[in-house]
Design a protein around this ligand. Structure first.
Ligand code: AMP
Length: 113
């Protein structure tokens, strides 16, 4: 998708603070961090949200989650961390390209607001 913000970041047409990259995924720091550690993992292929996933995405999904776990370990989240994805307006999804937030470095409340 030419106009999608995260597609542009994945194609490096827009600058981002890249933490990890492979052929299929990109992980970059959130521009407006909600925790000391806040990165976003996205597939390079445009997928709007979890609602568009099929079994064919199993590989890229596991790659994103394993990359986030590795980053959490590397960046010192001894007390734990949270991985979350928002789907649709009620959840507050503001960018319509699948992304997993990794949040860490502080205590978090549950349930989220
Ligand atoms: P969501 O509200 O779940 O769709 O999350 C979108 C996230 O993207 C928010 O946490 C934003 O701060 C973040 N974001 C928006 N634009 C950028 C950008 N150019 N670079 C990095 N993160 C961004």
């Amino acid at each position: 998708m030419t106009d999608c913000l995260f597609c542009k970041i994945a194609r490096k047409e827009l600058d981002s603070d890249i933490v990890h990259e492979s052929d299929d995924i990109m992980v970059f720091r959130d521009i407006n961090p909600a925790a000391p550690l806040h990165v976003l993992a996205v597939p390079k292929e445009h997928v709007a949200s979890v609602d568009e996933l099929t079994r064919d995405h199993a590989g890229v999904l596991s790659e994103m989650l394993i990359a986030l776990s590795t980053i959490a370990g590397r960046e010192g989240t001894d007390g734990g961390y949270r991985i979350v994805t928002n789907v649709g307006p009620d959840a507050g999804q503001s960018v319509l390209h699948l992304h997993f937030h990794l949040l860490g470095g502080r205590a978090m409340a549950w349930p989220p607001g």
